[in-house]
Design a protein around this ligand. Sequence first.
Ligand code: BES
Ligand code: MN
Ligand code: ZN
Length: 490
Amino acid sequence: MRPLTPTRFVEFDPKTLSELEGRAVVQITPEGTLGQAARTANRLTKGAIARLVEAKSFEKTKAGDVISLAWPAGMKVEALDVLVTPRKLTATEARKAGAKLAALGGGKTITVLAGSMVKAADLALGMALRDYRFDAHKSSQDSTVGEIVIAHKSPAETETAFAPMAAVAEGVHMTRDLVNEPANVLTTTEFANRLVEMEALGLEVEVLEEAELAELGMRTLLSVGQGSDSPSKVVVMRWNGGAADAAPLALVGKGVVFDTGGISLKPAGGMEDMTMDMGGAGVVAGTMRALALRKAKANVVGLVGLVENMPSGNATRPGDVVTSMKGGTVEIINTDAEGRLVLCDVMWYAQERFKPAGMIDLATLTGAIIIGLGHENAGVFSNDDGFCNAFLKAAAAEGEGAWRMPLGKAYDDQLKSRIADMKNVGGRPAGSITAAQFLQRFVKDGTPWIHLDIAGVASVKSATDYAPKGATGWGVMALSRMVQDLYEDR
Ligand code: BES
Ligand code: MN
Ligand code: ZN
């Protein structure tokens, strides 16, 4: 993966402003009050910032806007970026401001004259998150920011605050790379290899191959991958940063590297988007990376089911009946409802082997969740209010949209099968909820569980606050924070 743009923290000194190269960032308030560096810049430019504030157009300027003055007189920089924000920024305002600055790209150094800004580390995080491109398959690379310099009155403290944030940003970038990667490159084998590479970060990584999965009885998972030439795999990643006897949090991800729908073939239009159907596994991978990089004091195990859903002479047919690892039978009405067939075996295995303190699964599971919640919120389903609220709180703090959805027996009844213990679809009504009900049948009594349907948020067609269009990395920040809130801050 492309490394994060290097970020340096240096002592704040407005006297250096005239000599800086690339771009320089100074702060003014929406009321037009100039910060210390802005006053210096105003003097160097013989009043350019004062004229900007007095101009009629400044009345329309909102907090969070960036006004760029190109080739300012009296300075060496190519552009002076005037950041309009309240004097005291919240963490979210600082992140959004950083993201706006990073979106300017340009391949040069950006020096942010942050002075005594309390949330300067968050501003740097916003820059790191937004300073992302997926250009691995382009012959000419788009430029990101060349180098980020934060000039601050307490550079060492700001740098210390930024270190765990950089770990999380790197996890987000990894998730995005995996989700953006096409399926001929990111095969199940390549995906597993990229996870094994994370052993270098101190994670324990195991790859379970088809023979072992068959031995374990994971027939529903194997039924999804059996039409593909790429072998199905389950990868287990363990981060043991907590007490030796503490039960881990289990993260389980749907990793369908491509979803054609199988014999229940999807229509051609938009099918290329199904390269992102491993988004749940991508978030699990990125979160494990973040936890390892920031050396989280918690035990977390990440499991991903890696399969490809293809039609072929060996593919599962609609009407086939398969037995899950748990032991019940499933009538496969629609081979395009494959995610739940992958997850149910991996979730069962996770609980049998690790007896987790809690389990969170993530999946680009249903188109129906996009109809319900659009691209703003992931669907959240849970059997435990306390556990669920901890996630919702973490997601809100990180600005990752998440909205709780209901579960209930009447929905579960939609899964009754004439010939098997259950069927894999519950019909058109409440498609996301019946998918969650299917999964809940594989959650043991007493395991706090959250299911996150991320079909609408994993990859989007227009840029978000923190990401260019394409993969967002949604969930890595919320999960990393939840791990900290629940298991580290004690
Ligand atoms: N991977 C899809 C869900 C999806 C749709 C993800 C759009 C991202 C964007 C999933 O495997 C699927 O095909 N679900 C079906 C379920 C149906 C057959 C019950 C769906 O949503 O149509
Ligand atoms: Mn499908
Ligand atoms: Zn799918």
